[in-house]
Design a protein around this ligand. Sequence first.
Ligand code: ZN
Length: 301
Amino acid sequence: MHRWLSLWLFLLLPCLTAAAPPPVRVFVSVLPQRTFVERIGGDRVQVQVMVQPGASPHTYDPSPRQVAALAEADLYLAIGVNFEAAWMGRIRATNPGMTILDTAQGLRRRTLEAHDHGDEAEHQADQQRGHDAESHPDHQADPHIWTSPPMVKQMAARIRDALTDLDPAGGPTYAAGYATFAAELDALDAEIRARLADLPSRRFMVFHPAWGYFADAYGLTQVTIEHEGKEPGPKALAALIDQARREQVRVIFVQPQFSRKAAAQVAAAIGGRVEVMDPLAADYVANLRQVAQVLAEANRP
Ligand code: ZN
């Protein structure tokens, strides 16, 4: 009898191995996360991004089509951008069976730079007292956590674990995908560190403060033009131009999701130029490498 069984297994096995398992359906908030999940999950995942190109993750409203697609998803990987707080209740209600994981949970949040410059000392005092952003409602937690490669590496480990929990058979795939991606992030981190190590000027000016974790990781300081998401008034703009002159800023960075009007005004006043750095680019590693290169070129005499 066991000979028959062997025959059946012999006939069945090719069918079993040929049929690919249904992909794990994953929703993420921002585009770089899709890259993280695909690098780890390969063909075993199918990823949809909530915040559409050109939109801001601070104010995004999911479309009805996206809400319908959420009902079919297995996993939502949150990252702590502002629209999640407004929508997570509805997202959960749409698909109560879906696993929701905040990949940034427990990672040390920095506070967003305030725009009046007296805050620097206060911020340092807060850090010395060990205060979190959460305990300080007047200081908003900075959500742009993915601009730091070491933090992405920590989030990648959580993505690997969440995928393995949902799809244990894919465990070896996720472990291998994570290992490759983590090695690439380590190499990127070392490369950026080396490139920016001896820059004479360690400040850069941005319209929207999306690069704080990047700045912290590599010992740089970002100076923000916008005020609570809005263009600065004439007085604030004049102060920023003075500051840019004083600190010999040569390049003002903008991102495609926000206005570049004020940045262009500052750049014109100081005889500098405006460059685009997109924190939401899909090709994470290439984009950060490019950002480091532009920063290095901008801050050398
Ligand atoms: Zn932002």
